[in-house]
Design a protein around this ligand. Structure first.
Ligand code: FES
Ligand code: FE2
Length: 354
């Protein structure tokens, strides 16, 4: 039986948006875990994130303007820098001495890694001291891709909780039924027995590296002996690494809650094959087809969930969803008890037909 979803996880980096969607001198206002966030890219190319609420009278700063270095509020023109501190209050007259830098709108740790902009969401309304910001773990990074940006990235908003979206990521038996199409797989008649080996990974688990089945011909472009491993981790990340003897590819899927009932699913695809620019529109199209199928099934599911039914997780098809819940519970409990997180996942083999 499924329990009520635990709260949205804090003290994690969340993928806010692909870096290519934010040009220099531009801003993007988003809601992350229910909080209004204004992400800015300065004229120098660096990104920063502010709480999108003016501390003077509460109007969102995103209604104001950005000159490539500072954000000016649209109401009375107070200006804020990348550190979230006030730089200027235009109404002050000579003699009205006041240390405006003590006024803050609040800033979130924000970093761009491999072409994605990540924002760190601390405990609610906590203001991280500068030293703690410097000590934060780095945002997630794909191994062996240096600082390359994704070849293709797509994002879709799902009208569901982050847990429901995350379950879709780690659900190995829906694909045969949901991801069908006339040109790909017409129906679910040919289910095959799958047996995969799993091991614990930092803040999650990993489907151990294994050879791709020979029917996946598209991966032959990566060379011979193509293998893959898939890692799932909190707060809702899936990283698939596919390596051949000539080239490699990777997929990063990141679940970012807008609030308790809306979630963005980001997908970024990386590969090292050269001369593939003409194929990118096709890859983007296909990625969107698959993600739209996932989103549509979630939309239909919401009709049933609106009646608050009790739900089931079965072995072994839903074992990974059970692990996800266990990890979340352990993360919350460890934080509550002020002790290090202990990964509850043990090495094992799971079997299902899909
Ligand atoms: S409300 Fe922002 S400057 Fe007054
Ligand atoms: Fe799916």
């Amino acid at each position: 039986m499924l329990e009520n979803a635990p709260p949205l996880l804090r003290n994690f980096w969340y993928l806010a948006l692909p870096g290519k969607d934010l040009p220099r001198g531009d801003t993007a206002n988003l809601t992350l875990l229910g909080e209004p966030v204004l992400i800015c890219r300065g004229d120098d190319g660096a990104v920063f994130a502010l709480r999108d609420i003016c501390p003077h009278r509460g109007i969102p700063l995103s209604y104001g303007s950005f000159d490539g270095a500072e954000v000016a509020c649209c109401y009375h023109g107070w200006r804020f820098g990348a550190d979230g501190r006030c730089r200027e209050i235009p109404s002050l007259t000579p003699g009205q001495e006041m240390d405006v830098s003590r006024i803050r709108c609040g800033a979130y740790p924000c970093r761009e890694v491999q072409g994605n902009i990540w924002v760190y969401l601390p405990e609610k309304s906590a203001r991280l001291p500068q030293a703690d910001i410097e000590d934060l773990p780095a945002p997630p990074e794909l191994p062996n891709f240096g600082d390359s940006a994704p070849q293709v990235s797509i994002s879709q908003v799902f009208d569901c909780s982050a847990d429901t979206a995350a379950f879709g990521l780690m659900d190995p038996t829906h694909a045969a039924f949901v991801h069908t199409s006339w040109w790909w797989k017409k129906n679910a008649t040919k289910l095959r027995l799958k047996e995969k080996h799993f091991e614990p990974a930092p803040l999650g688990w990993r489907m151990k590296r294994h050879a791709l089945p020979p029917q996946n011909r598209v991966y032959h472009v990566l060379g011979k002996g193509v293998t893959t491993e898939i890692t799932y981790s909190l707060p809702g990340l899936r990283v698939e690494l596919i390596d051949g003897d000539k080239h490699r590819a990777a997929g990063l899927t990141a679940i970012t809650p807008i609030n308790d009932s809306r979630t963005v699913v980001h997908q970024a695809l990386y590969w090292t094959l050269p001369w593939t620019a003409p194929l990118k529109p096709l890859a983007r199209y296909l990625a969107n087809v698959f993600l739209t199928q996932d989103r549509r099934v979630v939309d239909m599911q919401q009709e049933g969930l609106a009646h608050n039914p009790s739900l089931m997780l079965i072995d072994d098809a839903d074992t990974q969803a059970k692990w996800f819940y266990r990890l979340k519970r352990e993360w919350l409990r460890a934080a509550e008890e002020g002790r290090p997180f202990e990964n509850p996942i043990k090495e094992c083999t799971l079997r299902w037909r899909s």
